[in-house]
Design a protein around this ligand. Structure first.
Ligand code: ATP
Length: 500
C-alpha cells in the first residue's frame, strides 16, 4: 500500500465538534435519498435522519482526494467557520448549519441544513432580475449576515450568488466557507498560495467576477473584501448581470483593477449610489469599512430607507405549490446508511431522472422518468409537433432557429487551462445543434459544431468534455448531471451519424 493510502486511513480531523452531539453519528443513522450535487471532492446527498425523520444535506468528502490535492486546510476552514457561525443566535439562521460531523476510513461526513430552494444564482438566472423590493429584502438579509460574520471574526472571501442558497421559506443560507479567513488566526492561504487559492476557486466554481482587487492581488484582506462582493451582488440582482464582464478571466481582472464597469440606464438611483460606495478600489473607503460590528452607515443609506432592521418580515418569494418536503418519502426497501450498493443506485437514479438544472419552461421533460431507456431522439412526428408548439413559450426558443429543444440547462463553460468559466444556457436540439447562450445578456454566444468525429468524455459527475475535430469544450454541470449530458449528446450524434 502506498503512503497516500496509509495517510488516508490515519486522517483524522482534530477539530472542535458541533455542540449537542450526544454520540458520534454514523452513516447508518440516515437514509440517503438522492444526490443533490457533486463538488470537486465531495458528493452532497439529501438525507432523512432515521430517528428524528428530519431532513439534512450530507456532504460526503473523499479523504484520499483531499489528501492527494492537499485540500485539508479548505475542509478544516469550512468546518471551523460553520461551527463558529452555528448556534442559537437569531443571525445564525442566515448560514448553512453544521449539525454533526463524522468519518470512516474513506470519507468525512458533514451533516448540513438542507437548502431546499437551491442557489440564488439559479433563481436569478431564471428570473433575470429581481424587483427592487426583493433586492432590498435580500440585500438586508445579506447585510445582517455580514454583520454576524464580523461578530464571529470571519471573512468569507468568496461571496457570490452561487454560495447563497435558499431555505424552504426562501431565506438566505450562506455556504462554502472553504476560502474564509478567521481574523486573528494565521491565514494558511499565504500570499504565495493565494493565486493557487484563486485558481482553485476558478477551477471549482469558475468565476472571479465578485473578487475584490485586494483578494485578486493576494494582498491583506479585511471584512471590507466581503463588502465589495456585497456591492457586486446587489448590482447583479438589479441588472441581472455582474458588474465586471469580459470575454476572458484576464480581461475581467483588468476591469476590476481599473474599476471599469457601467450601470444600465434604468438602474435604481439610490441602489446605484450604494453600489458605487461599496465597489471602491480602496478597501478602507468602502461604505461601512470603518463601522463597528453593525454596518450602521450602510443600514442608514437611502436604499434601505424603509427597512425594519429588527424584523425584515417574510421572504418575498413564495414557494406555494412547489414544496418538495411533501413528496419526501423513504422507499420501503431502502436501508439506512451509505453502502456501495446504495451509492450506485442513487447515481443510477440521478441519471434516469430529469436534471434539476433543466429549466424547460412549459415543456415536458423529453426523457420521462418512466422510460429511462427511451432515447431523446425517439419522437413521433406528432410529439415533435406538440413540443414545438409548447416550446414557443420558452424564453430561449428564439435562439434555436425553429429546431426542437431536446435538452437544455445551465453549464459552466470553461476556457483555457486557467479554468475561467462562464455560465451558459446550453440548448441541445434536432438539426443537430448545441447552442449556448449568455443568460445575463440573453445573447447567443455560439454553437458546438456537430460532426461524426464528435465525442463526449465525462471526467466525473460534474465535469465533462466535448471533443470536436478542432477544439475541446470543457464543461461543468455544477449540479452533477454531466453523465446525463454526455448521454444526450451521444444519442443525438448517433442519430445523425449512425455507426454501422
Ligand atoms: P466545489 O467543491 O467544486 O467548490 P461546490 O462548493 O458546489 O463545488 P459542494 O459544496 O460539495 O461543492 O456542493 C455540491 C452541490 O451540492 C452544490 O452545487 C449544490 O448544488 C449542492 N449542495 C451543497 N450544499 C447543499 C445544501 N446544504 N443543501 C442543498 N444542496 C446543497
Amino acid at each position: 500500500m502506498n503512503s497516500c493510502c496509509d495517510q488516508n486511513h490515519s486522517l483524522n480531523l482534530k477539530m472542535p465538534q458541533p455542540q449537542n452531539e450526544d454520540r458520534k453519528k454514523i452513516p447508518r443513522d440516515y437514509y440517503f435519498l438522492k444526490i443533490l450535487g457533486e463538488g470537486s471532492f465531495s458528493t452532497v446527498y439529501l438525507t432523512v435522519e432515521a430517528e428524528s425523520k428530519k431532513e439534512y444535506a450530507i456532504k460526503v468528502l473523499r479523504k484520499r482526494q483531499i489528501i492527494r490535492e492537499n485540500k485539508m486546510e479548505y475542509v478544516n476552514r469550512e468546518k471551523k467557520s460553520l461551527l463558529k457561525l452555528g448556534g442559537s443566535d437569531p443571525s445564525s439562521r442566515f448560514f448553512v448549519h453544521l449539525y454533526a460531523t463524522f468519518q470512516d476510513s474513506e470519507h468525512l461526513y458533514f451533516v448540513l441544513t438542507y437548502a431546499r430552494n437551491g442557489e440564488l444564482l439559479d433563481y436569478l438566472a431564471r428570473q433575470k432580475t429581481f424587483k427592487i423590493e426583493w433586492v432590498k429584502y435580500y440585500a438586508a438579509e445579506l447585510l445582517l449576515a455580514l454583520e454576524f460574520m464580523k461578530v464571529k471574526h470571519i471573512i468569507h472571501r468568496d461571496l457570490k450568488p452561487e454560495n447563497i442558497l435558499f431555505d424552504r421559506k426562501w431565506h438566505i443560507l450562506i455556504t462554502d466557507f472553504g476560502s474564509s479567513k478567521i481574523v486573528g488566526e494565521p491565514d494558511v492561504l499565504k500570499k504565495s498560495d493565494d493565486t493557487n487559492c484563486r485558481r482553485r476557486k476558478n477551477s471549482f466554481v469558475g468565476t472571479a467576477q465578485y473578487v475584490s482587487p485586494e483578494v485578486l492581488h493576494g494582498e491583506e484582506t479585511s471584512y471590507s473584501s466581503d463588502l465589495w462582493a456585497f456591492g457586486c451582488i446587489i448590482y447583479q440582482m438589479i441588472s441581472g448581470q455582474t458588474p465586471f464582464r469580459a470575454a476572458s478571466e484576464y480581461l475581467i481582472f483588468q476591469k476590476i483593477t481599473n474599476l471599469d464597469y457601467q450601470f444600465p440606464e434604468e438602474f435604481d438611483q439610490s441602489a446605484k449610489d450604494l453600489v458605487e460606495k461599496l465597489i471602491n478600489l480602496v478597501p478602507e473607503k468602502r461604505l461601512g469599512a470603518l463601522d463597528g460590528t453593525s454596518y450602521t452607515s450602510i443600514r442608514e443609506h437611502e436604499f434601505f430607507k424603509n427597512t425594519n432592521w429588527d424584523d425584515l418580515g417574510p421572504a418575498p418569494i413564495s414557494s406555494e405549490g412547489c414544496d418538495e418536503l411533501d413528496n419526501l418519502v423513504i422507499p420501503n426497501n431502502l436501508k439506512p446508511g451509505l453502502t456501495d450498493e446504495i451509492t450506485t443506485q442513487l447515481h443510477l437514479n440521478m441519471l434516469s431522472s430529469p436534471s434539476s438544472v433543466e429549466v424547460v419552461v412549459h415543456t415536458p421533460p423529453v426523457r420521462k422518468k418512466s422510460e429511462p431507456n427511451r432515447k431523446l431522439t425517439d419522437l413521433s412526428e406528432e410529439e415533435i409537433g406538440e413540443r414545438l408548439e409548447l416550446q414557443k413559450n420558452d424564453e430561449y426558443c428564439k435562439f434555436v432557429e425553429g429546431n426542437l429543444i431536446l435538452k437544455k440547462g445551465f453549464l459552466e463553460k470553461k476556457k483555457g487551462t486557467f479554468g475561467f468559466a462562464r455560465k451558459r444556457m446550453f440548448l441541445l436540439t434536432f438539426g443537430p445543434h448545441l447552442y449556448y447562450v449568455d443568460p445575463n445578456s440573453m445573447t447567443l454566444k455560439g454553437e458546438v459544431p456537430f460532426s461524426e468525429g464528435m465525442k463526449t468524455e465525462a471526467k466525473n459527475f460534474k465535469v465533462f468534455y466535448i471533443h470536436t475535430p478542432n477544439r475541446i469544450y470543457y464543461l461543468e454541470d455544477t449540479t452533477g448531471y454531466a453523465l446525463e449530458w454526455c448521454k444526450a449528446i451521444d444519442e443525438v450524434v448517433n442519430y445523425y451519424f449512425p455507426k454501422n
